[in-house]
Design a protein around this ligand. Structure first.
Ligand code: SF4
Length: 626
């Protein structure tokens, strides 16, 4: 096989064993890599209804055929597992030297299973794997740990680790690498903690065999040059995603006070231009020439890496208008190993519940010391922190009193940083994303605002599906960063050329779409298999606050989403995906994508429709939430 290494490393922590497993080229051609490998491995090897925090769950770190061959923005990997936060498929991508080393060590993916008896660090060096006692490292923050591991091994090793939040199995703990680089929002860090795995250290020195190395070299430098010449390049380097703060404010999309206002009176103070005044350097993922991590000094004089999502969720969403304080909260999130989006969402829930007098904790909007104390309580599961450590869905069940209407999540994953009171297709993107309410698969809100935000037209569904296939399918399978394409206009054709030079295989855009579709359908089938009789289309509906409680401020004050129209749009979405009215892929859809065995297996859990039924007047049936 060229381009791919053709190997996975299977690590059994219960037995302290690591075995190289060759896989067939068919798998690579059908699923490409990254998210594609992860869902196929989970589908094939995980027993239905496995407890996500049990030794039986698998934690997968997967790369793609373009990783580590010196191409623009290709130093990423996908971390995936059955999620303890949602009970469904969970993943995230991380820019990390570990991705580069993994491929140079000769692996396309690591599959971790079992549970170590005591805390352990797995050290992989090319084809050797040792299990190092981690008793002196357990309890360290992700930053302290990384510093110590770099001293012990070398400055240039790849490291994937957890902080105390992962150790304590906080359900939205993530996996951390190179300080500000982290991923795996739906509790991938908690899965790692449940396995007593503090870190993976990886060093690879081998070469990846390519179909046409000379052509690849030309294409790689051509790609970097092309990016440098893009009109938006210089501004991107200055602000990365931070300019979105001002954009969201102008367009009433800024999460504010737990998604109530969509505008914030201190938006300018936390926006891209304010950040620029504080910025001390850029950080980024390996093999990237448009690094977007904005490093600033926080209120305690320490480095913190800012981007839009983190600043907004730990800023306007919880009433903070001081960027240095936000930077401190953000650094704490990275050190403890929390997903910062979910943390900001959970804190917003707690602050609203406190304001309403529903919980024993007193924590007000924008109160710095109280917020820091609560973050620590969540990390160590102390007092009410233990309730919040379960995520916003579980916390709202514990609090009751109507709080589920303003627990901002989909399928248990906390909503990321776009208010959707006035953005139906972005709401649908959250509703139907592969992992719960995340923007990664389909950031359609800026397109939607230009196209007319009040409309629920089927054209929006077409655009959403196209975006999901590209961002959620192709980029997550290639494990390359979406920002060159998304934010600078780097054309998709580059990736076809890269794939040809790497693998020797010609992938048309149609073929790539088919692979993406296969991956996203198998992910959907996995959710249905895990939820079984609990599966329903209600799970694809975003938080009720956006339907029931109008925006309280700004130009769009008074706006809500329309539940009936959303529901019709959801049915249209299902129809176009080839799913039935429950949101379950039909048999013909699965068979068309070559998921023959998978269709048979899914049939054992839920009766599959043969074909989609036409929509005629059927859209409002099976909708108990109306
Ligand atoms: S643009 Fe940002 S997220 Fe993408 S590879 Fe570069 S540093 Fe990483």
């Amino acid at each position: 096989m060229l381009g791919w290494t053709g190997n996975f490393l299977k690590i059994n922590l219960s037995k302290s064993q690591a075995v190289t497993e060759e896989y067939k080229q068919d798998l690579a051609l059908s699923f490409l890599g990254g998210r594609g490998f992860a869902i196929k491995i989970l589908w094939d090897t995980l027993k239905q209804r496995t407890d996500p925090l049990s030794p039986e769950n698998k934690l997968i770190f997967a790369t793609g055929p373009l990783t580590a061959i010196g191409l623009p923005n290709s130093g990423k990997l996908v971390v995936a597992s059955k999620s303890p936060l949602t009970g469904g498929y969970g993943d995230g991508n991380i820019g990390s030297l570990a991705a580069v080393h993994m491929r140079r060590a000769g692996y396309d993916a690591l599959i971790v299973e079992g549970k170590a008896e005591k805390p352990v660090i797995v050290h992989i060096k090319d084809k050797t794997c040792e299990f190092v006692d981690a008793k002196d490292f357990w309890g360290l923050s992700a930053f302290e740990l990384e510093e110590q591991l770099r001293k012990q091994f070398s400055r240039t090793v790849g490291i994937l680790s957890i902080g105390p939040a992962g150790e304590n199995q906080v359900k939205f703990a993530n996996v951390v690498s190179q300080e500000g680089r982290a991923g795996g929002r739906p509790g991938m860090g908690a899965v790692m903690g449940s396995k007593n795995l503090k870190a993976i250290v990886i060093e690879g020195t081998g070469k990846i065999l390519l179909s046409d190395p000379d052509e690849m070299q030309k294409l790689a430098s051509g790609g970097y040059r092309e990016l440098l010449a893009k009109p938006l390049y210089q501004f991107w380097k200055r602000q990365g995603t931070m300019s979105t703060v001002e954009w969201s404010q102008e367009n009433s999309a800024l999460p504010t006070f737990n998604y109530r206002q969509a505008v914030f009176d201190k938006a300018e103070e936390i926006g891209g231009f304010s950040m620029e005044k504080m910025k001390v350097s850029n950080r980024g993922c390996p093999q990237c020439n448009m690094t977007c991590g904005n490093v600033v000094k926080d209120s305690e004089g320490k480095d913190s890496e800012l981007d839009y999502e983190n600043v907004v969720m730990l800023g306007s969403n919880i009433g903070f208008g001081d960027l240095a304080q936000i930077a401190t909260l953000n650094r704490m999130a990275d050190e403890f190993g929390f997903d910062a989006i979910s943390l900001g969402n959970v804190l917003g829930f707690a602050m609203e519940a406190s304001e309403k007098g529903l919980i024993p904790v007193k924590v007000g909007w924008g109160q710095f010391e109280e917020t820091k104390a609560l973050i620590k309580d969540i990390a160590y599961r102390r007092d009410f922190g233990a309730v919040l450590a379960e995520g916003v869905q579980a916390a709202s069940k514990a609090v009751g009193q109507g709080s589920s209407d303003w627990a901002m999540h989909v399928k248990g994953l906390e909503v990321s940083a776009y208010d959707c009171h006035a953005a139906p297709s972005m709401a649908l993107a959250y509703g139907t994303s592969s992992i719960g309410a995340h923007h990664k698969d389909a950031w359609v809100i800026s397109w939607e605002i230009k196209a007319g935000r009040e409309s629920y037209d089927p054209i929006k569904v077409d655009h959403l599906i196209e975006t999901q296939l590209t961002r959620g399918g192709l980029f997550e399978a290639l494990t390359v960063c979406r920002f060159p394409y998304n934010s600078l206009g780097f054309e998709l054709e580059w990736y076809q050329k890269y794939l040809k030079a790497a693998t020797g295989v010609e992938f048309s855009l149609q073929k790539l779409n088919e692979i993406s579709n296969r991956i996203l359908n198998l992910i959907r089938a996995f959710w249905v298999r895990e939820y079984k009789e609990k599966w329903s289309r209600e799970l694809d509906v975003p938080p009720l606050r956006w339907f029931k409680e109008p925006l309280t401020q700004g130009a769009l004050k008074g706006t809500t989403l329309d539940l009936e129209k959303y529901n019709e749009m959801l049915s249209t979405y299902y129809q176009k995906r080839g799913w039935d009215l429950r949101g379950v892929p039909t048999q013909s859809t699965l068979l068309r994508l070559g998921l023959v065995q998978e269709a048979k297996e899914l049939e054992a859990y839920v009766k599959l429709e043969k074909e989609n039924e036409p929509l005629v007047n059927k859209t409002l049936q099976n909708t108990p939430f109306l």
